[in-house]
Design a binder for this molecule. Structure first.
Ligand code: PA5
Length: 444
């Protein structure tokens, strides 16, 4: 498998035959559908099974939205948001706001918080832009995106009328359940279905991720091609040492068993910052339950060497690190020579910045390993759609295996309901009268 190279030589883990066998068994459970949460394993074969017509429909709809609107607001939270955000941030132009000559369609995100200032600023910013929206919610009932959608929908209807709005709003939701499905049917929106057997955080390769990514101009066929390569490379027939997802899952579980309770995902490419956010949700929501689970944290480097670096080097020895390393940058930038050399940097003259970055990465890896922080390294050739597709599937597969190794159901999230009950009680949602009384007594 060339797209992803996993190096565990600095992890300090010696995998036993028993660990290897357990990881292979866990992988096999994902195919036999005999493990916990087996109703949510649709993602396992997804890259190789998405019908061509579905891709065509996504691309046609994305093209239409791009033609209609300068700003497309993508509304969703958690698994209905983070994948698209991660990949658009990775592949987008970080300085797009300065290239004002191009009025290219911008994909903007809403519904991932309840901040009045965030949504207020977004609505102000799109005041003079033509507008469309994609609303994404599997359950169709999540408060944050529902509230944002009500506000965005109102604005689109104010500008284009009900009929015009119906041509500019696309809903991605369950095939039959939930209020968003009903609303979309009543209003006549174009809709895409989130398969029943794919949970939110495993849904980036469904229309949940693919539609907004296509709007943002990402080559979704390449993304899926990368994911398909990884689907093959991590199949149940792949021998353990050649299956990077099984090896990664086995190593991180061995580290957890030895007291390393926190995994830090890091990258020396700031454009992968949101990829780490997606990864944190995937692993945190999949593994953190029943009083167990590796806590997923992240750093963006080298910036965070100047904030978290001290702790990682010398703080509590409960950490291990996984670095997503990029072999080749897209651009070329060399450091020049300076006659006066007042900054003392002439020893770097002629070098590419990426070479300096790579030496920083290597130096940090060795220092952290010496400081008792085991290191895993995942290398992708470059930050492109194919590599990111492979990386998405690599992490998803590893997460399923890892959750089974840990002994939890990696496909449910019972814990996220607790806050909702309190919030609904505090907001006097109909049906929560009892809880409202109880919570008011509690807070006095
Ligand atoms: O992974 C998950 O299931 C969650 O993070 C959901 O994606 C998130 O809560 C949003 O749910 P929904 O798509 O139903 O609005």
């Amino acid at each position: 498998m060339e797209t992803i190279k996993l190096d565990i030589s600095k992890s300090g883990v010696r995998l036993t035959e028993e660990m290897e066998a357990r990881a292979c068994e866990a992988n096999a459970l994902l195919y036999s559908r005999k493990g916990a949460g087996s109703d949510f394993l649709g993602w396992v074969g997804l890259p190789g099974s998405i019908p061509g017509e579905e891709i065509d429909r996504i691309l046609t709809t994305a093209r239409r939205l791009r033609e209609q609107a300068e700003a497309v607001i993508c509304i969703g939270i958690g698994g209905s948001y983070l994948g698209a955000r991660a990949i658009t941030e990775a592949l987008g132009d970080p300085f797009a706001c300065l290239r004002s000559d191009k009025r290219q369609t911008q994909l903007l995100f809403a519904g991932q918080n309840l901040s009045e200032d965030y949504l207020g600023a977004l609505m102000e910013a799109v005041a003079d832009r033509t507008l469309a929206a994609i609303v994404i919610s599997k359950s169709g009932t999540t408060t944050e995106p529902a509230v944002a959608f009500r506000i965005v929908k109102e604005e689109i209807e104010r500008r284009y009328g009900k009929k015009g709005a119906a041509e500019r709003i696309v809903a991605v939701t369950d095939k039959s359940r939930g209020v968003l499905r009903t609303l979309a049917a009543n209003e006549g929106y174009t809709t895409f279905v989130i398969p029943d057997d794919v949970g939110g955080r495993y849904s980036v390769l469904t229309p949940v991720g693919l539609l907004p990514l296509a709007v943002a101009g990402v080559d979704i066929r390449e993304l899926l091609a990368g994911a398909r390569e990884m689907e093959r490379a991590t199949s149940e027939r792949t021998p353990f040492p050649e299956n990077p997802s099984a090896v990664y899952a086995a190593v991180r579980n061995a580290l957890y068993a030895s007291g390393k309770k926190i995994e830090i995902l890091g990258s020396y490419e700031p454009r992968l910052h949101y990829f780490a956010e997606w990864w944190k949700q995937l692993y945190g929501e999949s593994e953190g339950k029943q009083g167990r689970g590796i806590f997923p944290a992240s750093v963006t480097l080298t910036a965070d060497l100047h904030s978290m670096g001290q702790y990682i080097q010398e703080g509590e020895r409960t950490l291990f690190e996984t670095i997503v390393s990029v072999a080749s940058p897209d651009r070329e930038l060399r450091i020049g020579a300076d006659e006066e050399n007042l900054d003392g940097l002439n020893y770097l003259a002629g070098k590419r910045l990426s070479e300096v970055n790579r030496m920083a990465e290597l130096g940090v890896q060795l220092a952290h390993a010496d400081g008792g922080v085991p290191n895993l390294r995942i290398e992708i050739p470059r930050v492109d759609a194919r590599s990111l597709g492979a990386l998405v599937y690599f992490f998803e597969k590893a997460c399923g295996i890892s959750g089974y190794l840990l002994g939890v159901n990696p496909f449910d999230q019972p814990g996220v309901e607790a806050y909702k009950k309190n919030m609904f009680a505090l907001l006097d949602k109909p049906g929560y009268e009892e809880e409202s009384r109880a919570i008011r007594e509690r807070i006095g």
